[in-house]
Design a protein around this ligand. Structure first.
Ligand code: HPA
Length: 272
């Protein structure tokens, strides 16, 4: 793993000399943030040694090296998911690579279903914590000591300090944000209404199928994370309607502008 990660870093450095201070992972349908970036290099995941390409519609699967304002950033436009059949090592691989590229902070985003009934589709939620029901921990297996300790602390996995900064930035640019707990399942089926009721009782505000592996990788590497969920739909059983990936894509398209301005403003602020 460590050799594969450093080979990937070496390859990326042949394409771009940018030293990113902030990493960004863009979830389903949220890739248009890249349109607001001064792009220096676009590297398809499939070209990066050791990385897997993403197969999901709405996930472009490219690493973008560029600038948000003046701030050097590395942006994953898309990600690979556990439900695609990859193992956890593959799912967290590029986060490790971002870590080794030298990012000091990671902004991780996703599309999620609203479990908290006071949310509505289109809301943006700062993630305060997570519940891992993916059935797997990405650090399972021999510990790779150069990355971090065997038993990483997860008490501040979603940095309270970064969240405080994010609330300030959101206020300054006039974007309303919710805050809550993200719960991830492996997918790819959406949840049942009974599962959603159970998850609400467990303390979840939003549900999705990603993010947690990357955040655990960052906690292991001691890199602070800011998480943002775009609530694309109300979770199963809340409304009398079927859940579809189309609704997810339609909502991300609708909030694209607001989401992009928040993420870009955050990348700039967190880099300074
Ligand atoms: N459940 C799980 N993942 C999701 C959802 C959902 O309702 N919406 C977007 N991603």
């Amino acid at each position: 793993m460590i050799k594969a990660v450093s080979d990937a870093v070496t390859y990326i450095r042949t394409k771009s000399k940018i030293q990113p201070s902030v990493g960004v992972i863009l979830g389903s349908g949220l890739g248009s943030v890249v349109d607001a970036i001064k792009v220096e290099a676009t590297i398809p995941f499939g070209e990066i040694p050791g990385a897997k390409a993403s197969s999901v519609p709405g996930h472009q699967g490219k690493l973008i090296m560029g600038y948000a304002g003046e701030s050097p950033v590395a942006i994953m436009q898309g990600r690979v998911h556990f439900y695609e059949g990859y193992d956890m090592q593959d799912v967290m691989f590029l986060s490790r690579v971002l870590g080794r590229l030298g990012i000091k902070k990671l902004i991780v985003t996703n599309a999620a279903g609203g479990v908290n009934t006071s949310f509505k589709p289109g809301d943006l939620m700062l993630i305060s914590d997570h519940i891992n029901l993916m059935g797997m921990n990405p650090l399972r297996g021999p510990n790779i000591d150069p990355f971090g300790v065997r038993f990483p602390d997860m008490s501040d996995a979603y940095s309270e300090a970064l969240r405080a900064q994010a609330k300030e930035v959101a206020k300054e640019i006039g974007v309303l944000v919710q805050e809550g707990v993200y719960l991830a399942v492996s997918g790819p089926s959406f949840e049942t209404p009974a599962e959603i009721r159970a998850f609400r009782n467990l303390g979840a505000d939003a549900v999705g199928m990603s993010t947690i592996p990357e955040v655990i990788a960052m906690a292991h590497m001691n890199i602070p994370v800011l998480g943002i969920s775009c609530i694309t739909n109300m979770a199963a059983g809340i409304l009398k309607q079927k859940l579809t990936h189309q609704e997810v894509m339609d909502t991300t398209a609708r909030v694209q502008k607001e989401f992009t301005s928040l993420v870009v403003a955050l990348a700039v602020r967190l880099a300074s």
